[in-house]
Design a protein around this ligand. Structure first.
Ligand code: HEC
Length: 144
């Protein structure tokens, strides 16, 4: 005498497939949520890092608050960075010319970070993902 009929075990197998699919979707959802959280954190961390880079490599010429000194002011309604059009344009200029006495001496991560800090300080809307070559062309800096 059988304990389970073939029909009953086939039913059991289908049920367990459904259960796996359910679990899998749940895990996918969690992974996506975690991913979003990381992106937001990525942008915030980049701005915090950028402030440190700024204090170390830019403040002596552009002022502690970006108010301008030997170099032009970078933070404030009259900043001249709008002229570079997009965040990518600003990156191209800054990474080639700045720091004025040590051009190109920072890593690309440091340039992106310091620019994220400066743009954020000027109220420019940044993407939730960290600022990079992947999105900088789409970020106009003649705002707000
Ligand atoms: C040794 C002094 C010095 C340092 C250090 C320095 N800068 Fe500059 N910066 C200048 C000067 C001078 C100018 C103006 C250059 C010109 O007009 O050709 C300038 C211009 C700029 C501009 C263009 C501003 C505008 O209105 O067009 C940006 C952006 C900028 N600097 C960013 C930075 C960043 C970011 C750092 C740090 C990574 C930095 N600078 C470090 C002296 C400096």
């Amino acid at each position: 005498m059988r304990v389970t009929s073939p029909a009953a075990s086939a039913y059991g197998a289908r049920r367990s497939h459904a259960w796996h699919l359910f679990l899998w979707l749940g895990m996918l959802g969690l992974a996506m949520l975690a991913g979003c959280g990381q992106q937001i954190l990525g942008a915030e961390e980049q701005i915090v890092t950028g402030k440190t880079v700024y204090q170390e490599h830019c403040a002596r010429c552009h002022g502690d608050q970006g108010e301008g000194k030997r170099g032009p002011l970078l933070i404030g309604p009259r900043h001249g960075m709008r002229g570079y059009g997009t965040a990518q344009g600003l990156y191209n200029y800054t990474s080639q010319i700045m720091p004025f006495d040590a051009a190109g001496s920072l890593s690309s991560e440091e340039y992106w970070a310091v620019l994220a800090y400066l743009l954020d300080a000027n109220g420019v809307a940044l993407p939730q993902a960290a600022l990079s070559a992947a999105n900088a062309e789409q970020i106009p800096i003649d705002q707000p």
